[in-house]
Design a protein around this ligand. Structure first.
Ligand code: XMP
Length: 578
């Protein structure tokens, strides 16, 4: 059974609120995320509250706030980053616009006191900061407990009321003793008890599945991703293979060997729809249109399957691999910008959800917890440690162009008229790419900030012809180009697996762009990134040795003129090019 949450994290719009809840769970204590404005009456059962960070300023009228009555519950409250500023603001202190922001690593001088929250923590230590506003004056009853060279109130506390706040992000790995601080708060201040053991969870999850499903059977659309595969395997284990059906749709937009890989999960059938998708996508170059068509075709296939297999019959319910962060987002409470475009929903599936004919065994778990559950029931690490892969598949990594166009050579590099998607602030951009002559992240960042009209920078790994001889050719999503990308992607995946590089990065898209010569019309772009959740990402550079090995093999692929490296962080680039 899922316990009642001992720690509630109030989501003030930071991408880190889930990370905080997950860190608390890693300590063995069940935590949940709630919208920041949740009424105090709904939080009174908790042993402790944490207010997360967020991008707003407390003086912006639209900024998130909390119910002030939470400060009268007698429960400990910890504010992190924006959470600290909000506490200062609501409890009678003062928040000021910082003269300059403080972003990145800083050295914190933490006061040495007998307070349990600081047990074993006094002295200088490395923390990670990301803020502009600062607390100018602490509220009455508080005192300053930590400082950095640019932040006079890096931590504050009112120990008698058990209120604590920090300006730094204690939930990220760069704050080296953040876990100790969190553990002191959770156990030492809030008095939580361990109630969340992920090493033996499968039997209780399976019991929940049996209780929910009753005498009915379950069908799944399995994508090959971690979540739907673990949910499917748990249901199969709980109910027996006879009462669980999985269908995998082969859209023809999948990676090499994917269909065979998914079939190894067992107990599922493959619906072939390759022709249908390719036909619908013929002649299309625009990314949003591609996405839309893929969504629509997917709906058609699902409808066909539901109809032909009589899955609307009441003996069937739908199984889904929804995980905890998905439930928060779809409830409309998440304030962090949503990045994924979700598939259109099939009317039949919508009806099943509305009438409660659905089982979602993973809806209380985070991704890492899902992986642990998968391990517990014996699924392979090959499946569990897979990088995320987008639903629309290779289609969003195979770039198209409406017309032939030359490059524009400038002092900074060549402007390549292949448009890719980017993200700036809350809005998406669609702009050409700048190709520079070196793999230099610092220069790439500087150029992207100074040249208007480009949102992405690439550098060369290996070229078969000088840039001046390359151009962009009109092309669409054809079977040939998809096959070229599939081969390139398979080469990169094999080499990064053999060298262990796939464990060093969060995701590694391989993109095909229509930049080439008369004999070889395309180039390949490598895009390894590091990320926490895909909302922001760092472009990371691999060793020269690995780059060279990958490029040598890629240039053997028919039709490939060059290999480039994407040097763009997110923002301003997105992870996928589309
Ligand atoms: P972007 O490109 O927006 O991607 O930086 C962020 C993360 O989301 C994944 N992604 C998708 N996943 N369906 C998915 O299931 C989609 O349509 C989709 N689009 C992007 C992307 O791979 C990255 O991990």
């Amino acid at each position: 059974m899922i316990p009642t949450a001992q720690i509630i994290v109030l989501d003030a719009g930071g991408q880190y609120c889930h990370l905080i809840a997950r860190k608390v769970r890693d300590l063995g204590v069940y935590a949940e995320v709630r919208p920041s404005e949740a009424p105090a009456s709904e939080l009174s059962h908790a042993r402790g509250i944490i207010i997360s960070g967020g991008p707003s300023s407390v003086y912006d009228p639209a900024s998130p706030t909390v119910d002030p009555a939470i400060f009268a519950l007698g429960i400990p409250v910890l504010g992190i980053c924006y959470g600290q500023q909000l506490m200062a603001h609501l409890l009678g202190g003062e928040v000021r616009k910082g003269v300059k922001g403080e972003y990145g690593l800083a050295t914190l001088e933490l006061e040495q006191t007998a307070d349990p929250v600081f047990a074993g923590l006094g002295g200088p230590q490395q923390v990670w900061m990301s803020h502009r506003d600062v607390v100018g004056r602490v509220p009455e009853g508080f005192h300053v407990t930590g400082r950095t060279s640019t932040c006079a109130v890096a931590a504050m506390a009112a120990p008698e009321r058990r209120f604590y706040a920090v300006q730094f992000h204690l939930e990220v790995v760069h704050t080296t003793r953040g876990n100790q601080y969190l553990s002191n708060y959770v156990f030492g201040v809030c008095g939580c008890e361990k109630d969340w053991d992920l090493t033996h969870r499968a039997p209780s999850v399976e019991q929940e599945i049996r209780d929910c499903v009753g005498a009915r059977s379950v069908f799944f659309f399995v994508s090959g991703g971690v979540d739907s595969s673990v949910a499917f395997a748990l249901c199969t284990q709980a109910l027996g293979a006879d009462r669980v059906r999985g269908v995998y749709v082969d859209t023809g937009l999948m990676r090499e060997g994917e269909t065979e890989f998914v079939q190894r999960i067992g107990n599922l059938t493959v619906e072939h729809a390759e022709e249908q998708f390719l036909t619908a996508l013929a002649g299309v170059t625009e990314p949003e249109k591609k996405r839309h068509i893929i969504g629509e075709e997917f709906v058609r296939v699902q409808e066909r399957i539901i109809e032909s297999r009589r899955l609307m019959d009441e003996n069937w319910i739908l199984g889904q691999g929804t995980i905890y962060p998905d439930t928060i987002e779809s409830g409309g409470t998440a304030k962090a910008a949503l990045i994924k475009t979700h598939h259109n929903r099939v009317a039949g599936i919508q009806r099943l959800i509305e009438t409660g004919r659905i089982v979602e065994p993973l809806k209380s778990f985070y991704k890492d917890e899902v992986r642990m559950l998968g391990r517990e029931i014996g699924l392979s690490s090959e499946l569990l440690d897979r990088h995320p892969f987008p639903g629309p598949g290779l289609a969003i990594r195979c770039l198209c162009a409406a017309e032939d166009e030359p490059l524009t050579l400038t002092a900074e590099g060549a402007i390549v008229p292949v448009h890719s998607v980017g993200v700036q602030g809350d809005s998406r951009t669609y702009a050409p790419v700048l190709a520079i002559d070196a793999l230099d992240h610092a220069r790439a960042t500087e150029l992207i900030n100074s040249i208007s009209g480009v949102n992405r920078v690439i550098g060369p790994v290996a070229l078969t012809a000088p840039m001046a001889q390359m151009k962009v050719r009109a092309c669409t999503l054809t079977a040939d180009r998809l096959e070229r990308l599939r081969r390139a992607d398979a080469i990169v995946r094999r080499l990064s697996h053999e060298t262990g590089y796939d464990h060093e990065v969060w995701q590694f898209p391989v993109i095909l762009i229509p930049l080439g010569t008369a004999t070889a019309p395309d180039s390949v772009v490598l895009r390894p990134v590091d990320s926490v959740d895909g909302m922001t990402a760092q472009s990371v550079l691999m060793s020269e040795e690995l780059r060279t090995r990958i490029a040598e093999e890629l240039l053997q692929v028919e039709g490939v003129a060059g290999v480039f490296y994407d040097l763009t962080h997110k923002p301003p680039g997105t992870i996928e090019w589309e």
